[in-house]
Design a protein around this ligand. Sequence first.
Ligand SMILES: [Zn+2]
Length: 185
Amino acid sequence: MNPQLPHHYREILLGLGENPEREGLLDTPKRAAKAMQYLCHGYQQSLEEIVNGALFASDNDEMVIVKDIELYSLCEHHLLPFIGKAHVAYIPTGKVLGLSKVARIVDMFARRLQIQENLTKQIADAIQSVTNAAGVAVVIEAKHMCMMMRGVEKQNSVMSSSVMLGAFRESCNTRHEFLQLIRSK
Ligand SMILES: [Zn+2]
């Protein structure tokens, strides 16, 4: 862990008017620093390392879809969580990605400071560059603590963002099929 981080958290406690010497807070700067570093561990990862050769030859050219991938991220404006689901689809052109890798790619970008729109795009671009797919679609639906706990305090609003590349952008039918599939339970 970066040794400066606990020190900064201690300063934050002081700045909030707390007493970092009281019993309940004694180890908080260290714990908070550790937690925050975990929540941002995506910075230590790279696409190459995550994919790690798990690309397999396949003559399947039908849509591959992974839906309801749990997503935990932090908004870069408030450092507060946003939590939801990602749905990812691609149309292979000779190569398919190991199943768990899609979820790990989502996680790598989610575990950084983000805004939802950029996160959606980064996932789509990464899947595209790794698989050279004929098309990639990513939809994220998430609840933002910065909206729910402060500001407008809208408890039930879900933000939805999508990025469509290639066939998903060009073909209404393909896009429609994907949207149908992620909506069916
Ligand atoms: Zn925010």
